[in-house]
Design a protein around this ligand. Structure first.
Ligand code: PLP
Length: 443
């Protein structure tokens, strides 16, 4: 007989739609070998310049027996190594003039853990108050948030406005008129740049969200997993912003160190203290390695050189290459639009009026060894959202029209892979899109 799981166990221990999808992608990759075009994951590219820096830093640590002994052999305090926290605060102060000290910095086991702590601390049921939600002012938004609640549904999302640009591009804009502020609001969160779309909210949008958050008396969380100052995969000028109304999450992952599981939260001291408390309860302390590898690069500014001279140019060139492949393959014959590629690692492709569900497109592409992520997974928290069970596409086409069709017409394509993989993948996507439009609806 099975043991009975708690609400926590049910919500976190029984898998999730995206967990299954990631398994599916991993399995397809394992059996498909070299022929597979892996355009589905969020894995950063292995850049030789960066790998050399990490090797050099590890060698330096190994060559310093006392330091090495401390890094692998000591528990650090739950908030992270104090001198690493000081280095993060000093870098942000030098670069942006923000008034910060180590008391504004907490280390966590990756941005994923930071957001899990923040969401569940700021939203959900609370003593003497109505249950609160995290407002996602613009979906599609990072799928990694979707199942992070320990206490029922946690998100309230808002459909964006779509700005059509030329024949083949578009950009999502926050629909401020659709945002409702009431006492169920616990926090507002955006990823900037956004995974999956490559959108970078404008400074004006951030200022406006800041105003909404201040009026409601809740924090504005900006997830900068791809943002400034590292890894700074941002292809347009923006002015990063922080003050005590805001919480930022930064991560070493997209800098090329996802295996170190290291991120930082920038916030006012009471939130930082809460992060330390949660770190100690859930995991005692953080991994020391990422902090030890990166600290000198924060102090001497090398991290900013790496981002501006290696990382950003690499991904920008990849983005341009992927867009060129799309233009050549689709050649004005097929209805497609790409979201403006303003940052992160992904092209977000929208096929207006696509006669098949994006899940079916995903299946057909997988059969041809091209792995992408079907778009519907990124639209969670909408009242009229498609059911979590995205495999169930048995409703007839007209019935499904009541659902916001747009969310079933998009795919996310990573451009972090080698050029030949991107090119082959996009050619096959083009063939399958052509086939879909020619053969008509399949539901
Ligand atoms: C937008 C966004 N936020 C947070 C994360 C979490 O990353 P990590 O836990 O590796 O820092 C990711 C990972 O892909 C992401 O894309």
């Amino acid at each position: 007989m099975g043991w009975i799981f708690s609400q926590f166990g049910e919500q976190l221990g029984r898998g999730s739609g995206i967990g299954e999808l990631m398994d599916d992608l991993g399995h397809a990759l394992a059996v498909g070998g070299d022929e597979v075009c892996m355009l589905g994951g969020g894995q950063p590219a292995h850049l030789p310049e960066l790998d050399a820096v990490w090797r050099r830093r590890c060698q330096t640590l190994l060559d310093d027996p006392e330091r090495f002994k401390a890094v692998v052999g000591n528990y650090e305090p739950p908030l992270g190594n104090q001198s690493f926290r000081e280095s993060v605060a000093a870098l942000l102060k030098r670069r942006y003039g923000w008034d910060l000290s180590f008391k504004n910095v907490a280390v966590t086991a990756g941005g994923q853990t930071a957001l899990f702590f923040l969401f569940n601390a700021l939203a959900g049921p609370s003593v003497g108050a109505v249950p609160r939600k995290v407002l996602l002012p613009l979906v599609p938004e990072y799928i990694g948030y979707a199942n992070q609640s320990v206490s029922g549904s946690l998100f309230r999302s808002v459909r964006p406005q779509l700005e059509l640009i030329g024949d083949h591009q578009f950009k999502y804009r926050v629909d401020f008129e659709a945002i409702e502020v009431d006492d169920t609001l616990g926090a507002i969160c955006v990823s900037r740049p956004t995974n999956p779309t490559g959108n970078v909210l404008t400074d004006l949008e951030v200022d406006h969200l800041h105003e909404v958050a201040s009026t409601a008396g809740v924090p504005l969380i900006i997830d900068q997993a791809y943002g400034s100052p590292f890894p700074d995969v941002v292809f347009r000028e923006i002015k990063p912003r922080w003050d005590e109304q805001m919480i930022l999450t930064l991560s070493l992952s997209k800098l090329g160190l996802p295996g170190t599981r290291t991120a930082v939260v920038i916030a006012r001291p009471d939130i930082i203290e809460a992060m330390g408390s949660m770190n100690s309860i859930v995991g005692l302390a953080n991994s020391n390695l990422g902090q030890a590898i990166v600290k000198p690069l924060l102090d001497n500014g090398e991290v900013c050189q790496l981002t501006s001279q290696v990382i950003r140019p690499f991904y920008q060139q990849k983005s341009e290459f992927a867009q060129k492949c799309v233009r050549e393959v689709f050649n004005n014959d097929l209805p497609y639009r790409i979201h403006l590629s303003e940052g992160a690692f992904f092209l977000w492709m929208w096929f207006d009026g696509l006669p098949i569900h994006s899940q079916e497109l995903y299946r057909r592409l997988k059969e041809r060894k091209v792995l992408v992520v079907p778009g519907q997974h990124f639209f969670f928290g909408l009242n009229d959202a498609v059911k979590d069970d995205t495999e169930n596409t048995t409703q007839s086409y007209p019935e499904r029209q009541s659902i916001w069709k747009h969310q079933e017409e998009c795919i996310r394509v990573s451009f972090a892979m080698p050029d030949e993989v991107i090119q082959r993948g996009i050619e096959i996507i083009g063939e399958e899109i052509q086939r879909a439009y020619q053969s008509g609806p399949v539901w």
